[in-house]
Design a protein around this ligand. Sequence first.
Ligand code: NAP
Length: 280
Amino acid sequence: MRKLCVIGDPIAHSKSPVIQNAMLRAAGLEGEYTACRVAGTDTAGWLERAKREVYDGFNATMPHKENLVSLMDWLSEDARRLGAVNTVCIREGKACGYNTDGAGFLQALREADMDPTGKTVLVLGAGGAAKAVVAKLAQAGAADIAVANRTLSRAQQVCRVDGQAVAHPADFAPETLCRLARDCGLVVNCTSLGMTGTQGNFADLSFLEQLSPGAGVFDLIYSPPCTPLLQRAQQLGLNTANGLGMLVWQAVFALEQFTQTKLDGAAMAAAARKALEESL
Ligand code: NAP
């Protein structure tokens, strides 16, 4: 019986138990996946408890992703490059840290027919999620990446991966977004603007009108399923996708690490989506 969980603070809102338990059942694997509230000051203490209590692994969300990096015995290339761990596997008492956010994002993009290879991409926002997004877009061969953020210094940080400039930073003024959206093939929203439970929305969505007709608009937000940004993009006839695919695929890749098994990703994603819909 595998023992798995997600840690975070807060954690009550997490969809990971619903997704992971649905995938375990669909894959015919024995295991139980729970949610544990762990304070940000207790990451190291938790890791010791997880080893003692023979957890096979756990996912981590805010505020643990960065704290875990220095506590790992081994780090995957993505976790090292991003300086953040979202999946920990405990193997023979050793902690192995992975980051499946970027791979989940890329898989979801491709599933939505928004392959970034060779495209000019505009990333909105420069928080933790944007970091994984920018690194993966660069790795996937995007031709040009601009990162626009309210706080310019954060955009500047996100544009550098492993000490190398992979994107160029910009401010968040409506006229800047309009200029950057011209000739752009893909827009990725990594801000929390439009998310349920947060204040604030895009003051001006006219930059969407500058996009080329075949462009895609990917919003990392999945609650609500259709943000004002996506609604406007749909009105303009653009290809759109919300963040549910990313949420689901990062979980599929995490479960593959927990079980050290190559899973039927499409079947796992379908089971996770069904369970999520039933849980809402
Ligand atoms: P974060 O680190 O807190 O970053 C938030 C970003 O939003 C920052 O760039 C921030 O700009 C910007 N922002 C917030 N309020 C703003 C406002 N009023 N005007 C302009 N910009 C504003 O959050 P995160 O972890 O990166 O997450 C970002 C979003 O992605 C969230 O909605 C989260 O739910 C979603 N997400 C989805 C998935 C998925 O699997 N689908 C995974 C991770 C995250 P400043 O830097 O100026 O503060």
